[in-house]
Design a protein. Structure first.
Length: 320
């Protein structure tokens, strides 16, 4: 049987960290106390005007490819999860492929908002397991700052820019043990950017809109359910999960999820305090930070799980 293993990770956070007080100084009607108490976020990174999603993806990808001891030319599949692509088309994955100086392999984007990386990883896993591809680059990358309404304090303090990447390779040893993907399109309105470009103008609303409390409640519910579902598929008792890496949205959501699953918080990876909610980038960013900090190690059982607009949710159980 062909398995798919993560053999390298990388990440990128653009520029210097921007503190909560720096947002107050920019005129956002908020406070460091409110943001820290309600979300756990202390800083985020904001890409400069000339920096695109593919630039952040490139930096994270180069790190991941180097960590896997490969060259870009070895990659035969690129999947980028993003809701803030460089262009309407071509895909950010194609632009990333060109920036890596390679051609010929498959390249496409996945749009599942904050669950995008989980969708992309599960897709790459399936494509490797069928023998169709051998060495995949799976990336979550965003410039969410471009779709924030800085007059809406209920959303603009929460998000940031960044990228994370993994190399996934065919192997005879397990790797990705189980995946679960879900969506409920009837909940589209609770987290959306309800605008479009038509006839040369933006119609509708080009900014992120969110019903924070509705998202919070649904997130805690589905993150619990999907981690249980995915562990059960692999016959892994929950207490054998070495690390839980949920989408980094809000420290209260992370802690509630770990608590509901009966996992001590020292099995929970938290990086949201440093980069805010980077949507599709947050899970590979947190994974890369945890590997480079020496916390996640070879052989560990790692539950990656995401939730976000769509509404979408999913999990991937990985043996590192
Ligand atoms: O990838 C998934 C993305 N989304 C999420 O993860 C968001 C999930 N939701 C949340 O994390 C929380 O709902 C929030 C952090 C967004 C909000 O926390 P909350 O505890 O649900 O606060 P709230 O919306 O009920 O607002 C409480 C108060 C309100 O004031 P009043 O009406 O009580 O006077 C808000 O106007 O806090 C006020 N408020 C703020 N105050 C200072 C809202 N945003 C801010 C702010 N600074 N940035």
């Amino acid at each position: 049987m062909i398995h798919a293993r993560i053999t390298g990770t990388g990440s990128c956070l653009p520029g210097d960290p921007v503190s909560n007080l720096a947002l107050v100084a920019r005129g956002v009607d908020t406070s460091d106390e409110w943001i820290v108490e309600r979300t756990g976020i202390r800083t985020r990174h904001l890409a400069s005007a000339g920096t695109a999603t593919s630039d952040l993806a490139l930096e994270a990808s180069r790190m991941a490819i180097a960590a896997a001891k490969l060259a870009p030319a070895d990659i035969d599949l690129i999947i980028v999860a993003t809701s803030t692509p460089d262009f309407i088309f071509p895909s950010t994955a194609c632009l990333l492929q060109a920036k890596l100086g390679i051609k010929g392999g498959a390249a496409f984007d996945v749009q599942a908002v904050c669950t995008g990386f989980i969708y992309a990883l599960a897709t790459a896993d399936a494509m490797i397991k069928t023998g169709m591809h051998k060495k995949a680059l799976v990336v979550g990358a965003e410039v969410f700052s471009r779709i924030l309404d800085w007059r809406d304090r209920g959303t603009c303090v929460l998000f940031g820019d960044g990228a994370g990447a993994v190399v996934l390779e065919a192997s005879d040893k397990p790797g990705i043990r189980a995946s679960s993907l879900h969506a409920d399109g009837s909940q589209a309105g609770i987290l959306c950017v309800p605008g479009q470009v038509a006839g040369g103008v933006v119609s509708g609303d080009p900014f992120l809109r969110m019903d924070g409390q509705a998202v919070f409640k649904l997130a805690v519910k589905v993150l619990d359910e999907v981690a249980r579902e995915t562990a059960a598929k692999a016959n892994l008792p929950l207490e054998k999960i070495d690390w839980l890496i949920p989408h980094q949205a809000n420290v209260r959501i992370l802690n509630s999820t770990a608590k509901k699953l009966g996992l001590p918080t020292d099995h929970l990876i938290v990086t949201v305090d440093r980069h805010g909610n980077t949507s599709a980038a947050s899970i590979p960013l947190a994974l890369d930070h945890a590997i480079r900090a020496g916390r996640v190690k070879p052989g560990h059982q790692v539950m990656l799980e995401g939730v976000g607009g769509g509404f979408t949710w999913g999990a991937v159980l990985v043996e590192m």
